[in-house]
Design a protein around this ligand. Structure first.
Ligand SMILES: Nc1ncnc2c1ncn2[C@@H]1O[C@H](COP(=O)(O)OP(=O)(O)OP(=O)(O)O)[C@@H](O)[C@H]1O
Length: 226
């Protein structure tokens, strides 16, 4: 493993077409094995930041480096390969595919990355869906679907896990179990993770809590520091 930061943000700025500047000259470095929560007022730009890191949108200025590779230096194919192999997304927008069984859905990142498929079943069990492998997404509740999305995001042991309100539609006990699973996966794989959340309980499962304001990302007390 290269001895570089897993994620490095250098002077990121983003203004939307309507002239609204959301992020201004934001810099931050996330090391391998680090798990941070980002909190902040509604509209401050948390999802915008996560979308930029995910490569779903491009910053106006600045660079985003993942494992020593600049995202902007990648052509589209290379960026897609990097994301597919190294990223795990837990976003509301990343729907579970309706025509695939749960097992097929969770197997997808393994298939695309030519990895052994057996971990798909393990991950479904880890999120409490053992015995539901052959079910289709339409047979699941919203919370169960979210757990499938989480299993799919973690199954290929990504280097960088990005989660936007991952437990928003889970009951508190299940949310805690899933958050601890996310944390355990990040730590076991020497990955890095960012969770964006309004929930203090969810944020407290990260190593550190960062507050996003107009001034940038500032540390806040309250992470688990474990
Ligand atoms: N595609 C877009 N076009 C124009 N403005 C946008 C776009 N996406 C987001 N915004 C604006 O940018 C600002 C930041 O939005 P963002 O979703 O990043 O905030 P957030 O901190 O994640 O908020 P919340 O906690 O409410 O989810 C908001 O004022 C929003 O209206």
């Amino acid at each position: 493993m290269k001895n570089t930061a897993t994620l490095e943000l250098r002077g990121i700025s983003k203004t939307y077409g309507n002239g609204r500047q959301v992020l201004s000259d934001l810099s931050y470095t996330l090391a391998a094995g680090e798990y941070v929560a980002i909190m902040g007022d509604s509209g401050v730009g948390k999802s915008t930041l996560l979308n930029l890191i995910a490569g779903l949108d491009a910053p106006d200025t600045g660079e985003i480096w993942v494992d020593g590779i600049a995202l902007s230096a990648n052509d589209d194919d290379a960026a897609t390969r990097l994301r597919r192999r190294h990223f795990g997304f837990i976003f509301q927008a990343f729907h579970v595919l309706p025509h695939l069984t749960l097992l097929q859905n969770v197997s997808l990142p393994l298939l695309l990355n030519h990895l052994p498929l057996d971990r798909a079943e393990t991950m479904l069990t880890a999120v409490g869906l053992k015995g539901r492998e052959q079910d289709f997404p339409r047979q699941l509740s919203g919370g169960e679907l979210q757990r499938v999305a989480i299993a799919r995001a973690l199954v290929h042991r990504p280097r960088l896990i990005l989660a936007d309100e991952p437990t928003g539609n889970l009951d508190p006990d299940t949310a805690q179990e899933i958050l601890q699973l996310m944390r355990a996966e990040i730590k076991a794989n020497g990955a890095a993770g960012i969770i964006v959340t309004h929930s203090q309980a969810a944020a407290a499962t990260a190593d550190r809590i960062l507050l996003l304001t107009k001034a940038g990302l500032q540390p806040l007390e309250g992470g688990s520091n474990a």
